[in-house]
Design a protein around this ligand. Structure first.
Ligand SMILES: [Zn+2]
Length: 63
């Protein structure tokens, strides 16, 4: 997770954290980021549902 952004509604699904933040243009962005040290999975989505789905279906190579 980038430390310079404030994430709201942080939840953890398996090793993946999902959070909602605003980007520089004030649009909501939903980020799914894996917390496993050697994984590096981190993707932004336009919808919360898409981010949570990605978190649920993430197959972590570092686990
Ligand atoms: Zn992972």
């Amino acid at each position: 997770m980038p430390a310079n952004r404030r994430f709201r509604h942080l939840v953890r699904i398996g090793p993946v954290q999902v959070g909602t933040a605003y980007d520089q243009r004030g649009r909501e962005k939903h980020t799914a980021a894996c917390t496993a040290p050697r994984c590096g999975f981190s993707t932004e989505y336009d919808s919360r549902a898409a981010a949570e789905l990605a978190a649920r279906t993430h197959r972590c190579p570092a686990r």
